[in-house]
Write a protein that binds this ligand. Sequence first.
Ligand SMILES: Cc1cc2nc3c(=O)[nH]c(=O)nc-3n(C[C@H](O)[C@H](O)[C@H](O)COP(=O)(O)OP(=O)(O)OC[C@H]3O[C@@H](n4cnc5c(N)ncnc54)[C@H](O)[C@@H]3O)c2cc1C
Length: 397
Amino acid sequence: MSRHLFDEEHEIFRDSVRAFMKKEIQPNSDRWHEEGIVDREAFLKAGKQGLLLMWADEKYGGAGVPDFRYEQVLIEENARFGDAGFFMTLHNRLVGPYIGELGTEQQKARWLPKCISGEHILAVAITEPGAGSDVAGIRTRAEDKGDHFLLNGSKTYTSNGINADLVIVVAKTNPESRHGLSLFVVDRGMEGFERGRNLKKMGLKSQDTAELFFNNVKLPKENLLGELHRGFYHLMHFLAEERLLGAVGYLAAADAAFDITMGYIQERKAFGQAIAEFQNTRFKMADMRTEIDVAQAFVDQCVLEHNRGELSADNAAKAKLFTSELEGRVMDDCVQLHGGAGYMDEYPISRMYLNARVSRIYAGSSEVMREIIARSVGLDPRKKKAQPPSASSRSAA
Ligand SMILES: Cc1cc2nc3c(=O)[nH]c(=O)nc-3n(C[C@H](O)[C@H](O)[C@H](O)COP(=O)(O)OP(=O)(O)OC[C@H]3O[C@@H](n4cnc5c(N)ncnc54)[C@H](O)[C@@H]3O)c2cc1C
């Protein structure tokens, strides 16, 4: 189905991104998969190409282009020709905007230029061993000591966790309040900041997902990002975009899997005919194509709404829920149509299947998405109990 949201400039940009992915990212994919981490140079190269934090003002080295469609192109091309573990988008649009929107002029001048050049890699650390969906339940503590904050606690499942130079850490600053959280920027090399294991995962093997530890880290006051005790609300503010980023990627992965499978079923033969000729195969492919196209129309609409500043939390949740569930179904059917080959690591569909499993869990699980959507249609048990409204579940990537 033809898409109507891109202009000629986006298509020209797409061509250049595709060439970048094919030249600089894809050839490293197998090695990164084995090593469990993406080369830092990948970010430097993306920076050199002008692909990082494109929304940032030119005075910091950005392109000053907030149009989300450029990020959409980056995500789509990375899904098809790059590497699923190359979390450039996490750096660009999931973490970078915390600095861009919440940072003071001084903080932006201090941090943005190196994020744009790729010298500094970004991560966000919300999840802890004891709290994931329930953000308000985190226990990492930052105590105000007058001229600095003292940070203690630990985080887990932090994407880009090993490579990151700047980590936005969510910590409790007001223990009296469930939502008394604040955001801090923790620099690589700060005393008391240590990295734990690069966690072994089912999929996304090339992505460094790590544990982080903070033992009496002395944080200068200038490292507080946004308002003190308002961290929870700051996090909620960025969730619609985070979910849309996810949706774009899950759908792009599903679409790529469809095309890979289309190639395979035409080549592979059984009982004297191509697998593609069986009615079951044709119907499966028809169902997948239908669902991907219908979902794409919704996601593209969400992108345009987001560009206008009108994307609602529930529509972003619908996009995230539907595309992540669809991606799971598509990957499963595509593996099935590959037969035994689909189970072999050397066939791309095998890795894509494993990578896709997390889409229903991170960036807010499917269950959390259903909660948000149910509330938006008026089914909110909290209101029945006459409790003050809060959006206490999320989550980050
Ligand atoms: C590969 C990977 C990368 C990640 N990257 C990051 C990162 O960069 N930064 C970061 O901070 N975090 C990151 N995470 C963490 C991720 O956001 C959390 O895993 C996710 O929010 C779920 O939290 P949890 O693991 O604690 O599960 P839990 O919250 O313990 O959930 C367990 C189950 O209970 C369900 N559940 C929870 N609450 C409800 C509810 N209210 N109603 C119904 N069901 C519910 C969940 O849906 C899930 O099925 C990452 C995770 C993974 C796997």
